[in-house]
Write a protein of this length. Structure first.
Ligand code: PGA
Length: 531
């Protein structure tokens, strides 16, 4: 299931209408499955507007509505027949004979159900089904029950639905007690399903849909068996918190987010064995799930993820189905992505680059890692995308890299490279302050290097100039390729703040916005929560 969370109902309605419009552009004679209720009203309004503006054409479209009250007269102000005429059909160029709604006036509902099901089939089946979701998890009028019906049938409405729908009638006594509805199989046979949920009164059921197993007491969970469902909901319907987990070689970090607010964060030591890592993540997740009403969790992991299988060099994961295992153990909807990708997303949503659409995160540490965000989405491929530390910045004479190539950027600009260069320069110039500080400290490290630099050591200055030059060339190359709004730098070296930024800006030949991460090592868990 693909989930799109919109800011509000208007955005939801626009997104849903755009998906319907795309369907009609691709297939002008599409068969649409339509829903009633308050949720699709905005979508229908947008479709009428798009039709009026000449963007879409319904002349060849056929429609089948999900359901109709029974018994009900077509001209009853609450019939779905009237609802569809008032809210969609009268505003577009659909042919009345191409619209189908179960007949609430029939004397023979059994025959009507059979004929309706047959008509759907004879018209080629539904291409795109729009669905709402009841507060009790019903889709169409398939109410929670031990046994669900497959095909179009007459059904009794539950008290919950009668109460929810009484807002449209003068009193709950006037709500019909039965309805004709497509069955679960009729719905699942649609090629694509667009499920809409809006408002805080849907947040509990959306949580159940995403996090519970498939069960007939929440009929919408059966949608999880369908290969092409898009859930579009607004923030109110999706409210509840999200958990982000960032698995690192040393620590596993957890962050609980509600809306855009951090509610809680903590870290635990990373165990050595993969079983222990999984148990540690699951135990903490289950504990937090209860405490914070968590609806979904994202996990950032080092390494590569191919077809849901994680392989990481510095963790005991080799083709490991991380997402599946954790989802099964915690009962949560889980997404997994590379940790640097998560950090980049965290920077975009929570960091200094909230105003940006496209950013590149460059993490400067033992190596150089990074994440690329374009149009506010993580850029993915199945082939190790975003290994920016390994693009080649020096030709054949470049330094050997652990990856087997020569001249990779990280061999010049990682923190490790800076320390190595400083050590070499100090050994060469034993008169220098850099050498003196290294001897005092017992070894070269970042702190020692920057101390000597602050003290005006010329040898340290030379090393730093070389470092900044390569950092600038690498950033320029990334900007040439991706054209981001900003490049975010993270990692220990960036603690230098202006001491890094000033010489870097002076060296950059292009006008580039550089930001130093304000989140640093928290970015991964924060971004994972938002996957
Ligand atoms: P609603 O109804 O859109 O009015 O909330 C949805 C449904 O009951 O399926």
């Amino acid at each position: 299931m693909r989930i799109i969370v919109c800011k509000n109902y208007d955005e939801l309605s626009e997104k849903a209408a755009n998906i319907v419009a795309s369907q009609l552009t691709l297939k002008p004679d599409s068969v649409l499955g339509l829903a009633t209720g308050s949720t699709p009203l905005g979508t229908y309004k947008n479709l009428v507007k798009m039709y009026n503006e000449g963007e879409i054409d319904f002349s060849a479209v056929k429609t089948f509505n999900l359901d109709e009250y029974y018994p009900i007269k077509k001209d009853n102000s609450q019939s779905y027949d009237k609802f569809m005429k008032d809210n969609l059909f009268s505003g577009i160029n659909i042919k009345p004979e191409n619209t189908h709604i179960p007949d609430g006036e029939t004397d023979n509902p059994t025959a009507e159900c059979e004929a309706y099901e047959k008509a759907i089939k004879e018209n080629g089946g539904i291409d795109l089904q729009i669905l709402g979701i009841g507060q009790n998890g019903h889709i169409g009028f398939n109410e929670p029950d031990v046994n669900l019906n497959s095909f179009t049938h007459l059904t009794n409405l539950t008290e919950n639905t009668i109460k929810a729908n009484s807002r449209f009638f003068a009193s709950s006594d006037e709500v019909p007690r039965q309805a004709i509805t497509m069955g679960i199989a009729s719905i699942l046979k649609a090629r694509k399903i667009l499920l809409l949920a809006s408002g805080a009164n849907k947040s509990r059921v959306v949580g159940e849909l995403l996090n519970d197993g498939i069960n007939t007491s929440v009929p919408a969970t059966l949608l999880k068996t369908h290969p092409d469902v898009v859930l579009i909901c607004d923030e109110d319907a999706y409210s509840g918190s999200k958990l982000g987990v960032d698995i690192g070689g040393t620590n596993i970090k957890f962050a609980v987010i509600e809306g855009k607010n951090l509610l809680f964060k903590c870290k635990i030591k990373t165990p050595e064995k993969s079983d222990d890592i999984i148990n540690a993540i699951c135990d903490k997740t289950i504990e937090l799930k209860k405490e914070y009403n968590i609806k979904s969790a994202g996990i950032g992991t080092p390494g590569t993820i191919k077809n849901g299988l994680v392989t990481a060099d510095n963790l005991p994961f080799d083709d490991f189905p991380l997402e599946k295992v954790i989802a099964e153990k915690t009962g949560l909807y889980i997404s997994v992505d590379n940790d640097a990708n998560c950090a980049a997303l965290g920077e975009l949503i929570f960091g200094n680059t909230k105003d940006c659409e496209h950013i590149i995160l460059v993490t400067i540490g033992t190596g150089i890692g990074g994440g690329i965000i374009m149009n506010r989405q993580i850029c993915h491929s199945n082939n190790n995308m975003g290994e920016i530390g390994h693009f080649i910045i020096q030709s054949e004479k470049g330094r050997e890299c652990t990856c087997g190539q020569k001249g990779c950027w990280e061999q010049y600009c990682s923190a490790t490279a800076l320390v190595k260069d400083a050590e070499k320069a100090a050994e060469k110039d034993t008169e220098s302050l850099l050498y003196k500080r290294m001897r005092e400290n017992g070894k070269m490290d970042g702190e020692t290097f920057f101390k000597a630099l602050d003290e005006g050591c010329k040898t340290a200055e030379k090393v730093y100039k070389h470092y900044i030059k390569y950092l600038a060339r690498g950033i320029e190359s990334l900007v040439n390729i991706f054209g981001p709004d900003a490049v975010v730098l993270a990692g220990g070296v960036t603690q230098q703040g202006d001491k890094l930024l000033k010489p870097l800006y002076a060296e950059l030949k292009k006008d580039i916005r550089i930001e130093i991460s304000s989140l640093q090592s928290d970015a991964g868990a924060l971004g994972a929560a938002m996957l």
